[in-house]
Design a protein around this ligand. Structure first.
Ligand code: AMP
Length: 224
């Protein structure tokens, strides 16, 4: 077996993917690879990729699979991911991306795909309240803001509402989730690695649920 932990966190917008992916990456001491964070960094740096991505992101549209997987592939070629694994956040978002991911991972494989289940009504409430650090991507909410004056507790960056958290972009992202991303659940269920996790409740409670499921799976794999 190839050593390390390789996880994907799936879920609708606002299901807590980002928060849980960061916590899992700390817990298992593996890199957190978030395509949304990578793209937002490219937008901020005004790279050619960032300029191309911004308009699509602001409208809640998906970027082309090839472009996304090239970016992910470059990150996955780095030593830390090769030796320790990773927690993927925001990718794959289509079955095509999932197939390309399998190739990039080979000969390693994903351990588990976590599907955070949260009802849409709750997701919409969370998204309206969501705030994010522009520098490190840490998520906050108007109900759980940073300690000091909307500066990030982790890195001191400015904490703002995401530009793509408009009503129109949110509903487009949810629509695309149903159409493009939800079929991935069947794909991973058939592969035997999908674990549905109740994503409601406090972030701490959800993290504990995920860690229990991952550890259970890893013990089973190590015993086999
Ligand atoms: P996120 O932070 O994961 O919600 O991503 C923000 C935006 O980046 C999405 O609404 C898409 O426009 C784009 N994006 C991020 N990841 C992907 C992906 N795997 N495939 C296509 N577009 C993506």
């Amino acid at each position: 077996m190839v050593p390390g932990v390789r996880l994907v966190v799936l879920g609708k917008q606002g299901a807590g993917k980002g928060t849980q992916a960061v916590r899992l990456s700390h817990h298992y001491v593996v890199p957190h690879v978030s395509t949304g964070d990578m793209l937002r960094a490219a937008v901020k740096a005004q790279t050619p990729l960032g300029r191309r991505a911004k308009a699509l992101m602001d409208r809640g549209e998906l970027l082309p699979d090839e472009l996304i997987m090239e970016m992910v592939g470059e990150r996955m070629a780095e030593r830390d991911v090769q030796t320790r694994g990773l927690v993927l956040d925001g990718v794959p978002r289509t079955v095509n991306q999932a197939k390309m991911l399998d190739e990039l991972l080979s000969p390693a494989r994903l351990d588990l795909v976590i599907d955070l289940e949260v009802p849409t009504s709750q997701v919409l409430r969370r998204l309206a309240a969501r705030r994010v650090c522009v520098d490190c991507g840490t998520n906050y909410s108007v109900f759980a803001p940073p300690l000091v004056n909307w500066t990030c507790d982790i890195c001191g960056g400015e904490v703002v509402q995401r530009e793509d958290d408009t009503e129109a972009a949110i509903s487009r992202r949810l629509e695309l989730y149903e159409r493009q991303t939800a079929p991935l659940l069947d794909w991973y269920r058939e592969a035997g690695i999908l674990v549905p996790i109740n994503g409601t409740g406090s972030p701490d409670v959800v993290t504990q649920r995920i860690i229990r499921a991952v550890d259970h799976r890893k013990r089973r794999q190590e015993g086999s």
